[in-house]
Design a binder for this molecule. Structure first.
Ligand SMILES: Cc1ncc(COP(=O)(O)O)c(C=O)c1O
Ligand SMILES: [Zn+2]
Length: 412
Protein backbone atom coordinates (compact mmCIF):
# COMPACT_ATOMS: atom_id res chain seq x y z
CA UNK A 1 0.00 0.00 0.00
CA UNK A 2 1.26 3.50 -0.83
CA UNK A 3 2.10 5.79 2.08
CA UNK A 4 1.25 8.83 -0.03
CA UNK A 5 -1.03 11.36 1.65
CA UNK A 6 -4.52 11.03 0.17
CA UNK A 7 -6.14 14.11 -1.32
CA UNK A 8 -8.32 15.73 1.34
CA UNK A 9 -11.80 17.12 0.84
CA UNK A 10 -10.34 20.20 -0.91
CA UNK A 11 -8.80 17.78 -3.40
CA UNK A 12 -5.23 18.84 -2.94
CA UNK A 13 -2.10 18.02 -0.99
CA UNK A 14 1.41 19.45 -0.81
CA UNK A 15 4.05 17.68 -2.88
CA UNK A 16 7.83 18.16 -2.94
CA UNK A 17 8.99 19.27 -6.39
CA UNK A 18 12.20 17.28 -5.99
CA UNK A 19 11.54 13.95 -4.27
CA UNK A 20 7.75 13.74 -4.59
CA UNK A 21 7.15 13.38 -0.83
CA UNK A 22 3.58 14.38 0.01
CA UNK A 23 2.19 16.34 2.97
CA UNK A 24 -1.25 17.06 4.42
CA UNK A 25 -2.71 20.33 3.17
CA UNK A 26 -3.23 21.59 6.71
CA UNK A 27 0.36 21.03 7.77
CA UNK A 28 2.36 24.24 8.38
CA UNK A 29 5.37 23.41 6.27
CA UNK A 30 7.31 25.44 3.71
CA UNK A 31 9.97 23.04 2.44
CA UNK A 32 10.28 19.26 2.22
CA UNK A 33 11.35 17.60 5.47
CA UNK A 34 13.11 14.84 3.54
CA UNK A 35 15.20 16.84 1.07
CA UNK A 36 14.69 20.55 1.83
CA UNK A 37 13.28 21.42 -1.60
CA UNK A 38 10.18 23.46 -2.44
CA UNK A 39 6.60 22.28 -2.11
CA UNK A 40 3.75 22.75 -4.55
CA UNK A 41 -0.03 22.57 -4.19
CA UNK A 42 -1.00 19.45 -6.04
CA UNK A 43 -4.69 19.10 -7.01
CA UNK A 44 -6.43 15.90 -7.91
CA UNK A 45 -7.24 17.24 -11.36
CA UNK A 46 -8.86 13.97 -12.45
CA UNK A 47 -11.55 14.29 -9.77
CA UNK A 48 -11.99 18.05 -9.96
CA UNK A 49 -15.17 18.85 -11.76
CA UNK A 50 -14.87 22.38 -13.11
CA UNK A 51 -17.18 23.82 -15.61
CA UNK A 52 -15.32 26.60 -17.42
CA UNK A 53 -18.63 28.22 -18.27
CA UNK A 54 -19.14 29.02 -14.57
CA UNK A 55 -15.93 31.04 -14.76
CA UNK A 56 -17.24 33.09 -17.67
CA UNK A 57 -20.27 34.13 -15.63
CA UNK A 58 -18.11 35.55 -12.82
CA UNK A 59 -16.25 38.87 -12.83
CA UNK A 60 -12.63 38.76 -13.95
CA UNK A 61 -10.74 38.41 -10.65
CA UNK A 62 -8.61 36.01 -8.63
CA UNK A 63 -11.74 34.41 -7.20
CA UNK A 64 -13.28 33.69 -10.58
CA UNK A 65 -11.06 30.61 -10.53
CA UNK A 66 -11.80 29.50 -6.96
CA UNK A 67 -12.17 25.82 -7.86
CA UNK A 68 -8.43 25.86 -8.60
CA UNK A 69 -7.52 27.63 -5.34
CA UNK A 70 -6.96 26.01 -1.94
CA UNK A 71 -9.15 28.33 0.17
CA UNK A 72 -12.37 26.88 1.57
CA UNK A 73 -13.32 29.70 4.00
CA UNK A 74 -14.79 33.05 2.86
CA UNK A 75 -11.63 34.73 1.55
CA UNK A 76 -9.96 37.89 2.79
CA UNK A 77 -10.32 40.00 -0.32
CA UNK A 78 -9.76 43.57 -1.45
CA UNK A 79 -11.13 42.78 -4.93
CA UNK A 80 -7.78 41.93 -6.45
CA UNK A 81 -7.19 40.84 -10.02
CA UNK A 82 -9.29 41.81 -13.02
CA UNK A 83 -6.37 43.96 -14.19
CA UNK A 84 -6.29 45.45 -17.70
CA UNK A 85 -4.56 43.75 -20.59
CA UNK A 86 -3.34 46.49 -22.92
CA UNK A 87 -2.44 46.07 -26.56
CA UNK A 88 0.85 48.00 -26.91
CA UNK A 89 0.16 49.25 -30.41
CA UNK A 90 2.64 52.10 -30.63
CA UNK A 91 5.50 50.45 -28.76
CA UNK A 92 4.84 47.17 -30.51
CA UNK A 93 5.12 48.90 -33.88
CA UNK A 94 8.45 50.41 -32.87
CA UNK A 95 9.82 47.13 -31.57
CA UNK A 96 8.45 45.22 -34.54
CA UNK A 97 5.81 43.19 -32.70
CA UNK A 98 2.23 43.75 -33.82
CA UNK A 99 0.89 41.43 -31.12
CA UNK A 100 2.50 42.80 -27.95
CA UNK A 101 0.37 43.07 -24.79
CA UNK A 102 0.94 44.23 -21.21
CA UNK A 103 -1.00 42.86 -18.25
CA UNK A 104 -0.92 45.81 -15.83
CA UNK A 105 -0.64 44.29 -12.38
CA UNK A 106 0.03 47.73 -10.94
CA UNK A 107 -3.76 48.15 -11.08
CA UNK A 108 -4.27 45.81 -8.12
CA UNK A 109 -5.48 47.23 -4.76
CA UNK A 110 -2.01 47.82 -3.30
CA UNK A 111 -0.45 48.47 -6.71
CA UNK A 112 1.26 45.16 -7.49
CA UNK A 113 0.63 41.52 -8.41
CA UNK A 114 1.47 40.53 -4.83
CA UNK A 115 -2.19 41.14 -3.93
CA UNK A 116 -3.19 38.03 -5.86
CA UNK A 117 -0.87 35.99 -3.68
CA UNK A 118 -1.84 37.71 -0.46
CA UNK A 119 -5.59 37.31 -0.82
CA UNK A 120 -4.96 33.57 -0.97
CA UNK A 121 -2.03 33.54 1.49
CA UNK A 122 -3.72 35.55 4.24
CA UNK A 123 -6.95 33.58 3.75
CA UNK A 124 -4.91 30.39 4.17
CA UNK A 125 -3.32 31.78 7.32
CA UNK A 126 -6.80 32.09 8.84
CA UNK A 127 -7.91 28.74 7.44
CA UNK A 128 -4.90 27.14 9.13
CA UNK A 129 -5.59 28.94 12.42
CA UNK A 130 -2.60 31.29 12.31
CA UNK A 131 -2.89 34.68 13.99
CA UNK A 132 0.26 36.59 12.92
CA UNK A 133 1.76 36.81 9.44
CA UNK A 134 5.28 37.78 8.36
CA UNK A 135 7.48 38.29 5.32
CA UNK A 136 10.79 39.65 4.10
CA UNK A 137 10.38 42.00 1.19
CA UNK A 138 11.97 44.20 -1.45
CA UNK A 139 8.87 46.33 -0.80
CA UNK A 140 5.76 45.21 -2.63
CA UNK A 141 5.25 42.02 -0.64
CA UNK A 142 5.34 44.05 2.58
CA UNK A 143 2.87 46.63 1.25
CA UNK A 144 0.47 43.93 0.16
CA UNK A 145 0.81 41.78 3.26
CA UNK A 146 0.24 44.82 5.47
CA UNK A 147 -2.97 45.66 3.59
CA UNK A 148 -4.39 42.12 3.69
CA UNK A 149 -3.43 41.62 7.34
CA UNK A 150 -5.27 44.88 8.09
CA UNK A 151 -8.33 43.58 6.24
CA UNK A 152 -8.10 40.29 8.17
CA UNK A 153 -7.59 42.12 11.47
CA UNK A 154 -4.34 40.31 12.32
CA UNK A 155 -0.82 41.67 12.96
CA UNK A 156 1.90 41.59 10.30
CA UNK A 157 5.69 41.73 10.72
CA UNK A 158 7.78 42.76 7.70
CA UNK A 159 11.57 42.76 7.27
CA UNK A 160 13.05 45.13 4.69
CA UNK A 161 16.64 45.66 3.48
CA UNK A 162 17.52 49.04 5.03
CA UNK A 163 17.74 51.89 2.51
CA UNK A 164 16.87 49.69 -0.47
CA UNK A 165 13.10 49.85 -0.59
CA UNK A 166 11.20 52.34 -2.75
CA UNK A 167 9.47 55.07 -0.76
CA UNK A 168 5.89 54.34 -1.77
CA UNK A 169 6.17 50.74 -0.62
CA UNK A 170 7.54 51.60 2.83
CA UNK A 171 4.80 54.22 3.16
CA UNK A 172 2.15 51.59 2.43
CA UNK A 173 3.52 49.02 4.89
CA UNK A 174 3.68 51.68 7.63
CA UNK A 175 0.25 53.15 6.96
CA UNK A 176 -1.46 49.75 6.91
CA UNK A 177 -0.05 49.18 10.38
CA UNK A 178 2.56 46.45 9.90
CA UNK A 179 5.49 46.20 12.28
CA UNK A 180 8.21 47.32 9.87
CA UNK A 181 11.80 46.30 10.61
CA UNK A 182 14.71 47.49 8.44
CA UNK A 183 17.69 45.19 8.60
CA UNK A 184 21.26 46.17 7.79
CA UNK A 185 21.65 43.54 5.11
CA UNK A 186 20.14 42.65 1.74
CA UNK A 187 16.83 40.95 0.90
CA UNK A 188 18.37 37.47 0.84
CA UNK A 189 19.52 37.89 4.46
CA UNK A 190 16.12 39.31 5.47
CA UNK A 191 14.46 36.21 4.02
CA UNK A 192 16.75 33.88 5.97
CA UNK A 193 15.96 35.80 9.16
CA UNK A 194 12.19 35.82 8.72
CA UNK A 195 12.20 32.09 7.97
CA UNK A 196 14.06 31.45 11.24
CA UNK A 197 11.62 33.72 13.10
CA UNK A 198 8.54 32.01 11.65
CA UNK A 199 9.81 28.53 12.42
CA UNK A 200 10.94 29.36 15.96
CA UNK A 201 7.96 31.57 16.93
CA UNK A 202 5.05 30.21 14.91
CA UNK A 203 4.36 33.22 12.70
CA UNK A 204 2.90 32.36 9.30
CA UNK A 205 5.44 32.97 6.53
CA UNK A 206 4.06 34.63 3.43
CA UNK A 207 7.03 34.91 1.15
CA UNK A 208 6.79 33.14 -2.21
CA UNK A 209 8.38 30.05 -0.65
CA UNK A 210 4.83 29.59 0.70
CA UNK A 211 3.16 27.42 -1.95
CA UNK A 212 -0.32 28.81 -1.26
CA UNK A 213 0.70 32.35 -2.15
CA UNK A 214 1.76 31.26 -5.61
CA UNK A 215 -1.69 29.76 -6.12
CA UNK A 216 -3.17 33.25 -6.13
CA UNK A 217 -0.52 34.55 -8.49
CA UNK A 218 -1.17 31.87 -11.08
CA UNK A 219 -4.45 33.64 -11.88
CA UNK A 220 -2.47 36.27 -13.86
CA UNK A 221 -2.11 33.63 -16.55
CA UNK A 222 -5.76 32.53 -16.34
CA UNK A 223 -6.98 36.10 -16.73
CA UNK A 224 -4.65 36.91 -19.62
CA UNK A 225 -5.90 33.85 -21.51
CA UNK A 226 -9.52 34.78 -20.84
CA UNK A 227 -8.86 38.36 -21.98
CA UNK A 228 -7.03 37.33 -25.16
CA UNK A 229 -9.40 34.48 -25.91
CA UNK A 230 -6.43 32.29 -26.84
CA UNK A 231 -3.07 31.02 -25.60
CA UNK A 232 -0.28 33.55 -26.33
CA UNK A 233 3.00 32.28 -27.75
CA UNK A 234 4.99 33.74 -24.90
CA UNK A 235 4.62 35.10 -21.35
CA UNK A 236 7.37 37.46 -20.23
CA UNK A 237 7.89 38.31 -16.57
CA UNK A 238 10.47 40.21 -14.53
CA UNK A 239 12.22 37.76 -12.22
CA UNK A 240 13.39 38.40 -8.67
CA UNK A 241 12.65 35.54 -6.31
CA UNK A 242 11.23 33.71 -9.35
CA UNK A 243 7.90 32.99 -7.69
CA UNK A 244 5.66 34.73 -10.19
CA UNK A 245 7.01 33.05 -13.33
CA UNK A 246 6.72 29.69 -11.55
CA UNK A 247 3.17 30.46 -10.47
CA UNK A 248 1.95 31.42 -13.94
CA UNK A 249 3.56 28.31 -15.41
CA UNK A 250 1.96 26.06 -12.79
CA UNK A 251 -1.50 27.48 -13.46
CA UNK A 252 -1.17 27.03 -17.21
CA UNK A 253 -0.02 23.46 -16.74
CA UNK A 254 -3.18 22.82 -14.76
CA UNK A 255 -5.30 24.19 -17.60
CA UNK A 256 -3.39 21.92 -19.98
CA UNK A 257 -3.96 18.88 -17.75
CA UNK A 258 -7.65 19.74 -17.55
CA UNK A 259 -7.80 19.87 -21.33
CA UNK A 260 -8.82 23.57 -21.46
CA UNK A 261 -5.76 24.53 -23.51
CA UNK A 262 -3.70 22.46 -25.89
CA UNK A 263 -0.26 24.03 -25.54
CA UNK A 264 1.86 26.08 -23.17
CA UNK A 265 3.36 29.49 -23.94
CA UNK A 266 7.13 29.93 -23.83
CA UNK A 267 7.85 31.18 -20.32
CA UNK A 268 10.48 33.91 -20.45
CA UNK A 269 12.15 35.58 -17.47
CA UNK A 270 13.89 38.94 -17.47
CA UNK A 271 16.36 40.02 -14.80
CA UNK A 272 18.43 43.13 -14.18
CA UNK A 273 22.01 42.70 -15.33
CA UNK A 274 23.41 43.31 -11.82
CA UNK A 275 21.12 40.69 -10.36
CA UNK A 276 20.75 37.86 -12.84
CA UNK A 277 21.47 34.41 -11.41
CA UNK A 278 18.59 32.78 -13.31
CA UNK A 279 19.80 34.18 -16.64
CA UNK A 280 23.30 32.85 -15.98
CA UNK A 281 21.98 29.41 -15.11
CA UNK A 282 19.86 29.26 -18.29
CA UNK A 283 22.74 30.44 -20.49
CA UNK A 284 25.19 27.99 -18.96
CA UNK A 285 22.72 25.09 -18.83
CA UNK A 286 23.28 24.70 -15.08
CA UNK A 287 20.97 22.44 -13.05
CA UNK A 288 20.63 25.16 -10.40
CA UNK A 289 21.44 28.85 -9.95
CA UNK A 290 24.66 30.11 -8.42
CA UNK A 291 23.59 32.88 -6.01
CA UNK A 292 24.98 36.37 -6.40
CA UNK A 293 26.28 37.78 -3.13
CA UNK A 294 26.05 41.45 -4.09
CA UNK A 295 23.01 41.95 -6.33
CA UNK A 296 22.55 45.54 -7.50
CA UNK A 297 20.04 47.32 -9.72
CA UNK A 298 17.88 50.43 -9.86
CA UNK A 299 14.92 48.02 -10.03
CA UNK A 300 14.98 47.36 -6.28
CA UNK A 301 11.98 44.99 -6.48
CA UNK A 302 14.14 42.45 -8.30
CA UNK A 303 17.40 43.11 -6.45
CA UNK A 304 17.67 39.48 -5.32
CA UNK A 305 20.80 37.33 -5.53
CA UNK A 306 19.48 33.97 -4.33
CA UNK A 307 15.98 33.42 -5.78
CA UNK A 308 14.19 30.89 -3.60
CA UNK A 309 11.96 29.66 -6.42
CA UNK A 310 14.78 29.26 -8.94
CA UNK A 311 14.26 25.51 -9.12
CA UNK A 312 10.64 25.94 -10.23
CA UNK A 313 11.51 28.78 -12.60
CA UNK A 314 14.25 26.85 -14.40
CA UNK A 315 11.73 24.07 -15.05
CA UNK A 316 9.13 26.58 -16.27
CA UNK A 317 11.55 28.16 -18.72
CA UNK A 318 13.22 24.99 -19.98
CA UNK A 319 10.15 22.82 -20.33
CA UNK A 320 8.32 25.41 -22.44
CA UNK A 321 11.24 26.30 -24.73
CA UNK A 322 11.35 29.79 -23.21
CA UNK A 323 14.43 31.75 -22.30
CA UNK A 324 15.90 34.23 -19.83
CA UNK A 325 17.56 37.54 -20.62
CA UNK A 326 19.08 40.38 -18.66
CA UNK A 327 18.69 44.10 -19.22
CA UNK A 328 20.78 47.01 -17.98
CA UNK A 329 19.45 49.65 -15.61
CA UNK A 330 19.60 52.09 -18.53
CA UNK A 331 17.41 49.82 -20.67
CA UNK A 332 14.96 49.39 -17.78
CA UNK A 333 14.59 53.13 -17.21
CA UNK A 334 14.31 53.89 -20.93
CA UNK A 335 11.47 51.37 -21.21
CA UNK A 336 9.79 52.77 -18.10
CA UNK A 337 9.72 56.14 -19.91
CA UNK A 338 8.54 54.60 -23.18
CA UNK A 339 5.65 52.79 -21.51
CA UNK A 340 4.67 55.98 -19.72
CA UNK A 341 4.99 58.34 -22.70
CA UNK A 342 4.04 56.18 -25.66
CA UNK A 343 1.35 54.01 -24.08
CA UNK A 344 0.18 55.93 -21.00
CA UNK A 345 1.12 53.00 -18.78
CA UNK A 346 2.83 53.92 -15.51
CA UNK A 347 4.96 51.14 -14.04
CA UNK A 348 7.84 50.84 -11.61
CA UNK A 349 11.33 50.00 -12.92
CA UNK A 350 11.21 46.22 -12.28
CA UNK A 351 8.02 45.99 -14.32
CA UNK A 352 9.56 47.74 -17.31
CA UNK A 353 12.24 45.04 -17.34
CA UNK A 354 9.84 42.58 -18.97
CA UNK A 355 9.16 44.81 -21.97
CA UNK A 356 12.81 45.92 -22.17
CA UNK A 357 13.75 42.25 -22.31
CA UNK A 358 11.32 41.61 -25.16
CA UNK A 359 12.83 44.46 -27.16
CA UNK A 360 16.30 43.00 -26.65
CA UNK A 361 15.21 39.50 -27.63
CA UNK A 362 13.57 40.80 -30.81
CA UNK A 363 16.76 42.67 -31.71
CA UNK A 364 18.77 39.50 -31.07
CA UNK A 365 16.47 37.53 -33.39
CA UNK A 366 15.35 35.21 -30.59
CA UNK A 367 11.75 36.44 -30.57
CA UNK A 368 9.97 36.15 -33.91
CA UNK A 369 7.96 39.24 -34.99
CA UNK A 370 4.84 37.13 -35.51
CA UNK A 371 4.68 36.08 -31.86
CA UNK A 372 1.75 37.02 -29.66
CA UNK A 373 3.35 38.09 -26.38
CA UNK A 374 1.99 38.97 -22.93
CA UNK A 375 4.39 40.97 -20.75
CA UNK A 376 3.46 41.09 -17.10
CA UNK A 377 4.11 44.60 -15.80
CA UNK A 378 4.14 43.95 -12.11
CA UNK A 379 3.89 47.20 -10.14
CA UNK A 380 2.63 50.78 -10.40
CA UNK A 381 4.66 53.88 -11.26
CA UNK A 382 3.79 55.54 -7.94
CA UNK A 383 5.57 52.81 -5.97
CA UNK A 384 8.93 54.42 -6.64
CA UNK A 385 8.49 58.18 -7.07
CA UNK A 386 12.12 58.94 -6.25
CA UNK A 387 13.46 57.05 -9.27
CA UNK A 388 10.91 58.79 -11.48
CA UNK A 389 11.76 62.27 -10.23
CA UNK A 390 15.48 61.66 -10.80
CA UNK A 391 14.81 60.91 -14.47
CA UNK A 392 12.49 63.79 -15.28
CA UNK A 393 12.95 67.54 -15.66
CA UNK A 394 11.54 69.26 -12.56
CA UNK A 395 8.38 71.39 -12.97
CA UNK A 396 9.03 74.96 -14.10
CA UNK A 397 8.20 77.37 -11.26
CA UNK A 398 6.91 80.79 -12.31
CA UNK A 399 5.32 83.93 -10.89
CA UNK A 400 1.54 83.76 -10.78
CA UNK A 401 0.80 85.91 -13.83
CA UNK A 402 -0.16 85.21 -17.43
CA UNK A 403 2.95 86.83 -18.93
CA UNK A 404 5.21 84.47 -16.96
CA UNK A 405 3.04 81.56 -18.01
CA UNK A 406 3.30 82.46 -21.68
CA UNK A 407 7.04 82.86 -21.54
CA UNK A 408 7.38 79.54 -19.71
CA UNK A 409 5.40 77.99 -22.58
CA UNK A 410 7.53 79.79 -25.20
CA UNK A 411 7.90 76.70 -27.30
CA UNK A 412 4.15 76.59 -27.98
C1 LIG B 1 7.30 44.99 -9.04
C2 LIG B 1 7.89 43.61 -8.96
N1 LIG B 1 8.21 42.99 -10.09
C3 LIG B 1 8.74 41.76 -10.09
C4 LIG B 1 9.01 41.10 -8.91
C5 LIG B 1 9.63 39.75 -8.98
O1 LIG B 1 8.72 38.73 -8.70
P1 LIG B 1 9.28 37.32 -8.19
O2 LIG B 1 10.03 37.62 -6.92
O3 LIG B 1 8.08 36.50 -7.98
O4 LIG B 1 10.18 36.83 -9.26
C6 LIG B 1 8.71 41.70 -7.70
C7 LIG B 1 9.00 41.04 -6.42
O5 LIG B 1 9.08 41.66 -5.39
C8 LIG B 1 8.11 42.98 -7.73
O6 LIG B 1 7.79 43.62 -6.60
ZN1 LIG C 1 11.63 16.33 -0.98
Amino acid sequence: MSDEIPMDRHMYRLTCVNCGETYQPDEIIYTCRKCGHLLTVDYDLDSLVINCEIWEDRPLSVWRYRELLPVTIPPITLQEGGTPLYHLERLGREIGLPHLYAKHEGMNPSGSFKDRGMTVGVSMALQLGKTTVACASTGNTSASLAAYAAKAGIPAVVLLPAGKVALGKVAQALMHGAKVISIRGNFDRALEMVQELCISHGLYLLNSINPFRLEGQKTIGFEALDQLGLVPDRFVLPVGNAGNISAVYKGLRELLALGYIDRLPMMTGIQAEGSSPVVRAIRAGLPEVIPETKPETVATAIRIGAPVNAEKALTAIRSTGGTAESVTDGEILAMQRDLARKEGIGVEPASAASVAGVKKLVEAGIIDPSERIVCVVTGHLLKDPETVIKQCEPPVEIDADLQSLLSALHYY
